[in-house]
Design a protein around this ligand. Structure first.
Ligand SMILES: [Zn+2]
Length: 418
């Protein structure tokens, strides 16, 4: 199965309809959550999935009547703020049905000890999504049609029924689609759809040779045993500039509260300037994540342009590295150092690298946690204590002078030979 994810550009009417569906799905999820949660609190067995779905269809009608009664005396703005402007009737039934199933499955996963206890959703959550029936979705080379989002009946308005996609000719037409979903990440809308493997884009890949390489990760750079070092994306100038801008905007944001009650100085964040700045901060946050991911992808594709037989990585124990223990008091410098370590998102790099490597036919081996990769001499095997701030390794037995990270990477490459 291969998944396509393409950004969509809905117009204003389509966008409000998508937002309404997303909000209604959250309401649906919370109704089902409360229902199932009440059973567990009373130590009773939860009903079957089909029973829950039947129960929800009755609830839908009751809730719709409630919404109509509540909204009689309110203005339009107040109705939108309280999420009373839509009925369950207006929203695609398939999306709601799947939401009930998903919520039910999250509880089943908890009982099978595959996941944590599910949580209640909030309208403020940044990531939201809903399901679309694969038989009711319709793609053209540039556009997509969704159920109940764009359903104008007038013959001269049919063009507006389709939502524009950001990429042309990306998704294959006339094939079987699996689990299509519309998602929102705080700034943009996307459509994701799964297809069979034979419709995935074809890529040329080089053959695997007999080399074994080790890769040493730290918050400053990524070093391979072949003496190629890549700086971490967090050290990149574009990243640093964007981060500085974000910091400044966040400072300004803290001044944009409206103090409504001067007696107890309770702060309310209702001003329009607050909302404008908040949107900017979210946008910059996303840009930072994108820069990081893009740079990591570039590094990975450079490593895999000549794919080795085996890649050896060290076992990360980031909690220990960043000393994220609240009981230990930290100085300003230590706090900054631990922030840098978590910011470099090394674990994400590792999972991305191993996912890519499998597709190329490269094996990934993770060294034992107690393997002394940075303390060992890469030529004679002499062990020596190394402090964190020492950047150069000097061996007293054979007189080797070598960069600390390169030494560790070579040791990792020798991990299997011993
Ligand atoms: Zn030595």
């Amino acid at each position: 199965m291969y998944t396509y994810k393409v950004m969509i550009h809905p117009n204003n009417k389509q966008e409000t309809k998508i937002r309404r569906t997303l909000n209604k799905c959250i309401e649906c999820q919370n109704i089902v959550y409360d229902y199932l949660d009440s059973f567990i609190k009373n130590n009773e067995k939860i009903p079957s999935c089909s029973d829950v779905r039947k129960w929800f269809t009755i609830q839908k009608r009751i809730k719709d009547n409630e919404t109509i009664n509540k909204g009689i005396n309110l203005t339009k703005k107040e109705m939108i703020e309280n999420h009373l402007d839509t009925l369950f009737y207006d929203v695609s039934n398939d999306a709601l049905k799947q939401m009930v199933k998903d919520t039910y499955n999250s509880f089943v996963r908890f009982f099978k000890k595959l996941g944590k206890y599910p949580v209640r959703k909030s309208y403020k959550d940044r990531k939201k999504s809903f399901y679309v029936d694969p038989y009711k979705i319709d793609f053209t080379d540039k556009k997509v049609r969704l159920e109940k989002i764009s359903n104008n009946q007038k013959p001269n308005r049919q063009v507006l029924n389709y939502i524009n996609m950001a990429e042309k000719n990306r998704i294959p037409l006339g094939v079987k689609y699996y689990n299509p979903r519309v998602s929102y990440d705080g700034t943009n809308f996307f459509i994701t759809v799964g297809v069979d493997d034979e419709y995935a884009p074809v890529k040329m890949r080089n053959k695997v040779d007999d080399r074994v390489i080790g890769i040493d990760l730290n918050n400053g750079k990524i070093v391979t045993s072949e003496n190629i070092s890549y700086p971490q994306p967090t050290r990149d100038s574009s990243y640093r500039k964007t981060k500085k801008r974000k910091k400044r905007l966040q400072k300004a944001l803290s001044r944009k509260y409206l103090v409504c009650n001067p007696e107890n100085k309770k702060r309310f964040k209702l001003s329009n300037n607050y909302k404008k700045n908040k949107a900017l901060v979210i946008k910059l946050d996303k840009r930072l994540r994108n820069i990081k991911e893009q740079k990591h992808i570039q590094i990975i594709s450079h490593i895999l342009s000549k794919p080795p037989k085996i890649i050896v990585l060290e076992d990360l124990h980031i909690k220990e590295m960043s000393k994220r223990d609240s009981r230990i008091e930290k100085t300003y410098k230590e706090k900054q150092a631990s922030k840098n370590i978590t910011e470099a998102s090394m674990r994400k790099f590792r999972t991305m690298l191993s996912n890519r490597a499998i597709k190329h036919g490269v094996n990934i081996i993770i060294a034992n946690q107690y393997y002394p990769s940075s303390q060992k001499c890469s030529i004679c095997g002499n062990l020596k204590e190394m402090k964190v701030d020492k950047r150069i390794y000097k061996c007293e037995q054979c007189g080797l002078i070598i960069d600390r990270d390169l030494n560790a990477a070579i040791n990792l490459a020798n991990y299997i030979k011993k």
